[in-house]
Design a protein around this ligand. Structure first.
Ligand code: OGA
Ligand code: ZN
Ligand code: ZN
Length: 391
């Protein structure tokens, strides 16, 4: 330890780390000792870690190393640290003076949050596959406009992949206004905001009155929209009930029942394609994408914009039979959620996880009109982190 630094009157007592998320509440540091592996640290509650010196140098939060306005990193960690710094603990915070005279100060709570041994805390919930009799979170429109209600909606969306907003006004574009509170609308070839009603010259099954089996929208895009919002303005026609099923749950069921079928569907890219007079949008990707741990990354199931099956002939039969099993699982009663969307309600769901559909309706029995748009999942997580700053 360098005793000269310990008494330095210029050392800031509570280092400013350039973070908007709170870190100030962690315990104070009680020990900081240089070892062969780096800086061994111990906090008041007995927690310990050792951080490499280059890690500490890299995370210096002084205005030369981290831009004071953008909070972005300026320091580039290319040179190894060859000489240890001098070390001081001031009021439980770590102060280092490097060989070249550069001074770094670390808040003990900021370091505590970043101990490599513990998972980073996050305001964003983990995905929870639906369980039997899953009932969606319901948030009233007036609550959605408050930070608490918005947080409840965002949490349900990221955890369950679906949430229902109720008691909203029957006004056009309300879906865009609600979506814009979260982030910019994700535009597609159907526009940034689309109307779902039966139309005279439909370019999409959704714009007819036919039933739509479970699907995701736009699997023919490299990056299909993450979050879909459907706001109901009129639903007086007979039929037209909404259908949903959780891809995270169904993929688990498929893994249990037929792991070979899951392997085929997750390892065999197939083609998806949409064509009209002005577009020809095509993508080749598997129906199911899993991460290295086997968790669902995304579903691409939409039977009517599936393109010609271009596979080696000897793989075709097995692919069709795996597809049929997945289809059966999605459409089995135990996996489906069905309800009638009422005027003033908005259902929102993770388009790359939760499949949606609707029952056929009779356009002569009454009007059915939904307005829809899409959002990026990143913007939902971002809003949740921002709202969590004030907790
Ligand atoms: C869609 C869709 C569902 C509905 O527009 O993609 O699936 O209830 N609509 O009409
Ligand atoms: Zn610095
Ligand atoms: Zn759809």
């Amino acid at each position: 330890m360098n005793s000269a630094l310990q008494t330095s009157p210029t050392a800031p007592h509570s280092p400013e780390m350039g973070e908007l998320s709170p870190y100030q509440s962690g315990p104070a540091l009680t020990h900081a000792t240089l070892t062969q592996k780096g800086m061994a640290l111990e906090w008041q509650d007995g927690q310990q870690t050792t951080l490499p010196l280059l890690w500490l140098r890299d995370h210096c939060a002084c205005p030369a190393c981290r831009h004071p306005q953008t909070r972005e990193r300026l320091y580039l960690p290319l040179d190894p640290i060859t000489e240890p710094p001098s070390v001081a603990l001031t009021e439980g915070h770590l102060h280092l003076t490097w060989q070249d005279g550069h001074v770094s100060a670390f808040h003990s709570g900021w370091l505590y949050q970043r101990r490599p041994e513990t998972a980073l805390t996050s305001a964003v919930p983990k995905v929870a596959p639906w369980e039997d009799n899953f009932a969606p979170e319901r948030i009233r429109h007036s609550d959605f406009l408050t930070p608490e209600g918005e947080k409840a909606w965002l949490t349900a969306m990221l955890r369950d992949g679906l949430a229902l907003m109720t008691d909203g006004p029957l006004v056009e574009e309300e879906v865009s206004r609600l979506a814009e509170r979260i982030g910019p609308l994700r535009a597609t070839n159907f526009g940034a905001r689309f109307d779902v009603r039966s139309k005279p010259n439909p370019n999409n099954a959704a714009y007819t009155a036919v039933g739509l089996p479970l699907h995701i929208d736009l699997p023919n895009w490299r990056q299909p929209p993450d979050i879909q919002l459907l706001y109901c303005l009129q639903n007086g026609a007979t039929g037209g009930e909404s259908l949903f099923a959780d891809g995270a749950r169904v993929v688990e069921a498929l893994r249990q029942q037929d792991p070979a079928a899951l392997a085929i569907l997750s390892e065999t890219p197939i083609d998806f394609r949409f064509q009209d007079e002005t577009h020809d949008i095509s993508m080749r990707a598997p129906v199911i994408t899993l991460d290295s741990a086997g968790n669902l990354v995304e579903m691409r199931l939409n039977n009517w914009i599936r393109d010609a099956l271009h596979l080696p002939v000897e793989q075709m039969e097995a692919w069709y039979s795996a597809y049929a099993l997945l289809w059966k699982l999605f459409h089995s009663e135990g996996h489906q959620l069905e309800f009638t969307l009422l005027p003033g309600q908005m259902v929102a769901f993770d388009n790359r996880r939760v499949l949606h559909g609707r029952r056929e309706f009779d356009p002569n029995s009454g009007a059915r009109h939904l307005q829809g748009t899409y959002l990026d999942r990143d913007m939902l997580a971002s809003r949740l982190r921002v709202l969590a700053r004030n907790e």
